[in-house]
Design a protein around this ligand. Sequence first.
Ligand code: AMP
Length: 214
Amino acid sequence: MNLIFLGPPGAGKGTQAQRLIALLGIPQLSTGDILRKAVAAGTELGRKAKAIMEAGNLVPDEVVNGIIDDALSKPEQAGGFLLDGFPRTVAQAEALDAMLAKRGKKIDHVLALEVGKDVLVGRLSGRETCPKCGASYHTTSQPTKVKGLCDKCGSHVVSRADDAPERVRQRLVEYESKTSLLTGYYEKQGVVRHIDGVGTLDEVGQRILRAIGK
Ligand code: AMP
């Protein structure tokens, strides 16, 4: 099954994606995670992306399209995949359709996670992630058992530089102006499933499973 998670920053895409890939046994492809790893490793890709990401702007389409085209060529993706954070513009969605078509594949479901702006800002400002294993937490709604340490692997959790309030506002502007148009793009293909993203992790997780017929 080939899935896309759509939704504004803070809608819960990353968290729900982790649960879903474990259940379905398919890999998650997150352009944000791939870019953050490249920045941490100081690769050429990371050097190109660092300042753009810290400002909360979008990395150029050709850069992220290249990341996804490479990833789709790997055998791990043959049995399905879940895209999180890509596509983010209509041009990326068109490029993705071409990449899939040449491999005889298509998108089965676009999961549009819907959450109001006030909830988003609150969620993002307390968000913490583990740089080592990728687990995500929130200082009030889902705190680590020991303050500052990952429950799963014991590493120090970090807040993302782009979760600072002024960066969050810029990311929401980018979302409204570019990414929200994608819902219309995929509506035309009849694959959009609207999911209420407000509720407990389990409640939202159940809604997602129902939407994809599981
Ligand atoms: P995310 O973890 O998905 O919120 O992504 C973090 C940041 O990485 C974004 O604010 C962008 O700067 C960059 N990024 C991730 N995915 C994309 C994409 N598909 N297109 C452009 N920039 C992206």
